[in-house]
Structure formats: structure tokens, C-alpha cells
Design a protein around this ligand. Structure first.
Ligand code: KIV
Ligand code: ZN
Length: 388
């Protein structure tokens, strides 16, 4: 059996940080239920201390979700951590995710703290959280741009304090795959007690590499948790997209040697729900969940998939929750695809000559119209001139 990759969904926390993607408690609970159907391992439900509304959302999700671990984000201070623990009280499995920035830039300019102060605060907050719940994730914010020696000190110290997951964020999407993968590997190799925690990757998409960086963190770095969001929703250009990372690991199990617990048939329903709730439209050519992800328009491709689907499909549309793949009839379509659609529509033609005549009409129409719908074909064949 393959080793498991933990899927940590942060649509309801980092995803919601996307400008304009704010969600109500009921909307968040609805999405959390869908994430549970999707069988994600961890749902980051929100940031309980950030507002009373978010506290209520985290609490509602903790009270209702039974199968996935429910997590709340908390800054590295007692108040945030206590609020998170309070909101998570009803959870079957609760996790507190605490963070503090460790890059020189963030420590000096944003936190106005010395590295020693940050180290102490990280230790103290993990110690405090550990007294409230047993599952503690620690993130050094802007971790990828942090000094590696300092980061090793912080991470080694928080493991000693009881952190069970160490998450290394590429907060600003600056990483490139090999370097990020090697960065994670270096940390794991240099920290003596590194095997006492699960290593996690959290990548932003500013340069369009969040999924590639996360995969490198897994393959090269040995991370066993990926943080991601439905449709790649998230701050600025977004986060690593859940549907892409899950399907990459599933489809290329031969290469990654890992598996995920996710029920992939729930991916498209989850994508639609998040899109409808936030109003963020999914681009048609988006991998896995875009309307064109399993659509074939070229005649050569259509002919290929009608003969054997794997000629042009590396995954099944049905496996990610689409009803079927799509043969889009248009000017590039061939006779084979046209004939197949006639059969699907229950149109019987007496002879090959009759089909040829209808096909000629179809091609003529397709030169004038970008996509030919079933109604067009029905109109076309009911036109007497087709059969004469
Ligand atoms: O991107 C980031 O650094 C984060 C942390 C809070 C984990 O979202
Ligand atoms: Zn983030």
C-alpha cells in the first residue's frame, strides 16, 4: 500500500483571504460539509481570533464535521491560541495552527522583533497550545525567505515544545520547484529531531508555480502534507490548487509513490460550490475543473477518443465528478464524431450517402457558427434537403 499524502484544505481560511471572497458562516459550513464528502484530511476552518464572525464559523464547523480534522489559525500569542481552542472545543479532532514570521524582512520591518524574541515567542506559543490540544501545527511565515540557520533553530525548538506538523510557507510565491524541494530536504536533514513531526508545504501562486513547488516539496523534500485550496483560491494569485495537486499525485502515482484519501468524484461539485459561493468564475481551460478540461474540439482528437479515450485523456472526466467527457462539434470535427452524435441523439440514417449529405451540411453550418449544438443537428437533419 502507498504511503499517504495528507491533504490540508485551507479554502475557508487562506482562500477566504482572497479579496472579495469573504463567506458567511452558513456558506462556510456548507463548503466544509462538501470538503468532508471530498474526504480531505484537515479542514482549516478559519482564524477564530480574527473576528466574532470567524470564531462562530470555526465553532460551527468544529461542531458539525466529524470525519476531517478541524483546524483554526492563530498568531503566536496566548489570546489567539485560547480563542482557537475555544472555537474548536466541539471537534472530534482539533488542530491549532500557530504562526510567526521568521524572515529577516518580516521580523525587522513588520514585527519589529529581534530573532531571539521571535524564537522565544514561537516556543512559548507552541508550549501554550500543547496544553490545550495535542495536534499542533507551526508555520514560520515567509519561511522560504528565512535564513536557513535561524529557521533550523526555530523548528528544532518548536518540535521539542510539541509541534506535530511543521509547515514551511512560501508566503509570497517566490520559490521555484527544485530550490523549494531542496530547501525542505535541507531543513529535514539538518534538524536532529525532524522525524518527530510531519512536514508540510504551503505555496502561493504569484509566479504560477504553487502546484509545481508543492510537488517538489513532496518529491524532493519529503513533505507529507500539502496545503491547498479549491480552485486555487487565495491571497493575490492564490494558493496551490487542491484539484491539481490531488490529480497529479493520483494520476502519477507511478512517480510520486503516494496516495491521497480524497474521493476525487467530489472535486467538480466542490469546485462549483466554491465558485458559486464566492462569485469567482473558473476559467474554461483550468486543469481538472475548467469547462474545457475534458472537451475535445479537433477532429483528430475526437476520432482518437472515440476509438480509445486514453489517446487524448490522461484521467477520466467521471473520476473527478464530471458526468462525461465532451465532444464539441464545430468546424474541426470529423465525420466519426458527427456520426456518433447522430447515434446519441437517436437519429438513424438509412445509408452512408445520407450521412455524407448531412455531414456536408453540418460542415457548412460549422463554418458560420463556432459551436454546433444538438438543436442545430436536429434542425439540420429535419431539413428535407439533407435526405434528398
Ligand atoms: O502564506 C502563509 O504564510 C500563510 C501562513 C499563515 C501559514 O498562510
Ligand atoms: Zn498562505
Amino acid at each position: 500500500m502507498s504511503e499517504q499524502l495528507i491533504i490540508f484544505d485551507t479554502t475557508l481560511r487562506d482562500g477566504e483571504q482572497s479579496p472579495g471572497a469573504s463567506m458567511t458562516k452558513d456558506e462556510k459550513l456548507r463548503i466544509a460539509r462538501q470538503l468532508e464528502r471530498l474526504k480531505v484530511d484537515v479542514i482549516e476552518a478559519g482564524f477564530a481570533a480574527s473576528s466574532n464572525g470567524d470564531f462562530d464559523s470555526v465553532k460551527a464547523i468544529a461542531d458539525h464535521i466529524k470525519d476531517s480534522t478541524v483546524c483554526s489559525l492563530a498568531r503566536a500569542n496566548d489570546r489567539d491560541i485560547s480563542r482557537a481552542a475555544e472555537a474548536l472545543q466541539g471537534a472530534n479532532r482539533a488542530r491549532i495552527h500557530t504562526f510567526i514570521a521568521t524572515s529577516a524582512l518580516h521580523m525587522e520591518k513588520k514585527l519589529r522583533m529581534t530573532p531571539e524574541q521571535v524564537l522565544e515567542q514561537a516556543k512559548q506559543s507552541v508550549r501554550f497550545a500543547r496544553n490545550l490540544v495535542s495536534d499542533i501545527e507551526f508555520s514560520p511565515e515567509d519561511g522560504y525567505r528565512s535564513d536557513v540557520d535561524f529557521l533550523c533553530r526555530v523548528l528544532e525548538a518548536v518540535i521539542k515544545e510539541g509541534a506535530t506538523t511543521l509547515n514551511i510557507p512560501d508566503t509570497v510565491g517566490y520559490a521555484v520547484p527544485e530550490l523549494y524541494g531542496e530547501f525542505i530536504r535541507t531543513l529535514r536533514e539538518r534538524i536532529p529531531n525532524s522525524d518527530k513531526a510531519i512536514w508540510s508545504v504551503h505555496c502561493h501562486n504569484d509566479l504560477g508555480m504553487a502546484v509545481a513547488n508543492s510537488l517538489a516539496g513532496v518529491k524532493i523534500g519529503g513533505a507529507r502534507q500539502v496545503e491547498c485550496t479549491i480552485n486555487g483560491l487565495g491571497e493575490r494569485a492564490g494558493n496551490c490548487s487542491l484539484e491539481e495537486i490531488v490529480m497529479a499525485v493520483r494520476t502519477r502515482r507511478d512517480y510520486f509513490g503516494l496516495d491521497v484519501a480524497v474521493d476525487t468524484t467530489q472535486i467538480v461539485p466542490a469546485s462549483r460550490m466554491v465558485s458559486q459561493t464566492t462569485g469567482f468564475v473558473v476559467q474554461p481551460n483550468k486543469a481538472v475543473v475548467g469547462a474545457n478540461a475534458f472537451a475535445h474540439a479537433s477532429g483528430i482528437h475526437q476520432d482518437g477518443v472515440l476509438k480509445a479515450r486514453d489517446t487524448y485523456e490522461i484521467m477520466r472526466a467521471e473520476d473527478v465528478g464530471w458526468a462525461a467527457n465532451k465532444i464539441v462539434l464545430g468546424k474541426l470535427s470529423g465525420r466519426n464524431a458527427f456520426k456518433q452524435r447522430l447515434q446519441e441523439l437517436g437519429i438513424e440514417m438509412e445509408s452512408e450517402t445520407e450521412i455524407n449529405t448531412a455531414f456536408a451540411k453540418f460542415k457548412e453550418l460549422a463554418d458560420r457558427k463556432a459551436e454546433i449544438f444538438d438543436e442545430d443537428i436536429l434542425a439540420l437533419v429535419s431539413d428535407e434537403s439533407v435526405t434528398t
